[in-house]
Write a protein that binds this ligand. Sequence first.
Ligand code: SF4
Length: 252
Amino acid sequence: MPAYDILKDVEKWKDWNSSILFTSRGCIRDCPFCAVPKIEGKMRSILTDVENYVHGGHKQVILWDNNFLASPDWKEVLENLQEIGLKIDFNQGLDARLIDEEKAKMLADLKIPVVRMAYDRVGEKNIIKNAVNLLAKHGINRRKILFYVLYNFYDEDQSYGDTPDIFLTKTRDIQELGCVSYPMRFEPLTSLKKNQYISPFWTAEELEMVAKARRVLGYGGAFPPYEGLVNKFKNAKDFDDAFSLHPLKNKN
Ligand code: SF4
């Protein structure tokens, strides 16, 4: 148990009310843009007795597991979280490929303010659609589902990378599902400074257009499915048109 008590003496943190923990480490996958397999290694469960790591008085549990649903003990932990009854934040995102009927139902029975997942490859559209439909069927509001959307990724080994127009397609796909998209700019593990890397398929200007659109058109850095924003992206003829800053109608 971390010494959460010491936070009450620090002005900035005195109201902190969330217990943070990992129930697993590692991942079953090896996505080329991800640091987790390199840093944490193979998937393994490290604890199931979450209640012993929740500080008395805290209102929320934050799990930092990087692929929670791939843990061999995911079910036991979800049952445990249900018994604890606190709000739960799967902070690092859930793997859409692993969502099935049983998991969707168990997740919907928890108090989860936002379900986070990722939409990395454009070929995964049917997978994310299936995950969203299952979660919605069991009662999770689509607007409470957020997808991290990777962009600016380039894989030197495969000479493959996403383009600005692929990023627009992924953003539209999320909006079509009624969910929130959160652009996630790729940065290589070797970077020493944030937001310096530019993929061969992107330009500095295009990356800046995304950053500006997030600030001006989005909310909290994300693109929620606001009617005006959905129409802007849907009717745009290409990336430049979509991410240029025309004034929006119906930003609600
Ligand atoms: S599934 Fe997620 S955590 Fe696992 S390697 Fe891929 S991006 Fe990383």
